[in-house]
Design a protein around this ligand. Sequence first.
Ligand code: GLA
Length: 712
Amino acid sequence: MVSVRNVFVLFVLVAIALVSVQAQTIGIHTDATSLVFKVDKSGELRQCYFGGKVESSTYDAIATSGFAAHPAYGKDYVYEPALRVVHADGNLTTELIYANHDQRQLQEGITLTQIVLKDKFYPLTVTLNYKTYNHENIIEQWTEIAHQEKKDITLHNFFSSHLTFQQPEYWLTSFSGNWAKEMNMAEVQLKDGSKILESKLGVRANQFGHAAFLLALDGPAQEAQGTVIGGTLAWPGSWKLSFETDAQNNLKVLAGINPFASQYTLKAKEVFKTPALLYTLSTQGKGEVTRRFHKWARNHNGMHKSERPRYTLLNNWEATYFDFNEAVLKQIIADAADMGFDLFLLDDGWFANKYPRDHDRAGLGDWEVNKMKLPNGVGELVTESQKKNIKFGIWIEPEMVNPKSELYEKHPDWIITAPNRELDLSRNQLILDLSNPKVQDHVYGVVDNLLTQNPDIAYLKWDCNRYITNAGSSYLPANQQTHLWIKYVEGLFNVLKKVRSKYPNVYIMLCSGGGGRIDYGTMPFFDEYWISDNTDALDRIFIQWGTTHFFPPIGLASHVSVVPNHITQRITPLKFRFDVAMAAKLGMDLQPKDMTADEKAFSRNAIKEYSTFKHIIQDGDLYRLLSPYENNRVALMYTLSNQREALVFSYLKQKEIYGNNQILYMHGLDPKRNYTIKEVNNYGMNYSRIAHLEGKSFTGEFLMTHGVRFTM
Ligand code: GLA
């Protein structure tokens, strides 16, 4: 006999079963990874799996009940929320539930998944976007927030992404530094609360650290084993990465624009689009993370179109600093051509007349050619370069101004500063307020005029030498001062878009006083980047090691300069300086006439040899063999994907007296193919540490399993 009560219970169970059958499961896949979301009984979207690729039939077996996919402040959520909104009526809380989703292929290998969440009560939607680059295994994630409330709402937290992990251990690698010592890697175990990596600098926001991380889940990150997630935020403004372990040792990772002093008033129907976090999950260590990012950058990030030739250039900055004239530059151009460079780059100091740019205290902002130094204009130097059969490039810093300039005299209201405060100068300069459309037009005009007047300029070095302090805009209304950080970046992107649409073929270097602006949001507008003013070869090994974890080496301008110089006192051999610079995009920054005949001959040969193998650096897969953080011998190699050619770089940080027993095991080779070993960049040297290998052939298998040794 079935009692009425039992029948009722039975009915309820069936109903629950029906609901769970209908529950949404959303799988986001690349060739090697899966990210799985489920909608729970209350309608909340939960991240239930993130790991190696799984089939949808196995979701139920592997997926956990998971964690809120995009937690908002409200209901029972007590950790740092991905979203915090003050609604039009003053309500501080938000409760997001699943509304709908859509998944479509944008082109072969690229899929976009959009999941729309909505507040249970208020007309507010949050769209989570996941663009997957399936073959590169990169996920690009951003968020769009919109509402139709009766009045404006205020956004306080607006992170791009929230990822959760449930593991016994988490190891975080960060990339921090400062001017001339960028991209230092440090790894810590995460536990007991929050670890925050952030920038509040607004402009040149990477000076003290980069918005990039490695997160290892199987103990400290290894090169070729273990699960490692690598992520980097595509945004040049202030950023924040938050890693919070909860009371059960679950990890919540937030990435996005730094909410610091940035609350954003959002009008009804306006869409607030966050920048993207680009990330990948590798089950074969951090080496695979790197190769995926490089491949993705080559295929999808604009900057590194392989078909464009890469110019090896000579820059006059360290040759002359501000002290030059036409005759001096013509001599350098002649020397550059003679040494085999493709391009001469004229750096700072060529402009301004009322307040000549003879030092960094004046003239910035006044972009007419300085008539004392260059009476015949920039055009004369362009022509001179053409006569010598090399290209010409020029330095600009169009976002900045010295108070001692005609531009500042004319437009004192165009700079970023807080009212009723003294000007806070850094390198004697101020930042132009790019939230102001008139300033955007002006900055675009600086570039446009220069390139219209000198259509044969082939290359620009776009510099940016300070960050925001005393934030304030005389363009933005008083109640939108906190928008400045975001509006500046939008303004910058507007200018760059215009520049690029009119001048798609001019090469542009992204420079920011060394290390200050390297991110995948800005990079598509540029062809290469300047990671550090520090050209000391030993320091560079570390700087390049860190940088290339995420960013492609071929865009990484790496210059040989004289030692000692204004940064380093360390004297290192010219060959060593070349060997290090050649592992990225080679250039030089010195006065050729001060070089000896031997040094010139060595450099000439190095430049020539570099042109024969730079395609391997440009298109090759990077394998890190011996880390400078762990070994005296450092080694890395590039292998072309057709496995026909590979290039190995190896350095000793210090001289070794008793020999070096370190074996270099090669990677990425075809085990069956025969490889012949040839030393490069050894011109005029009377010794070789691999003479015993020169000209000999070995199978890829041998080189990968037995490796090679260097002699004393
Ligand atoms: C910055 C750059 C340097 C050089 C100077 C010129 O510091 O990083 O390479 O261009 O500006 O002032």
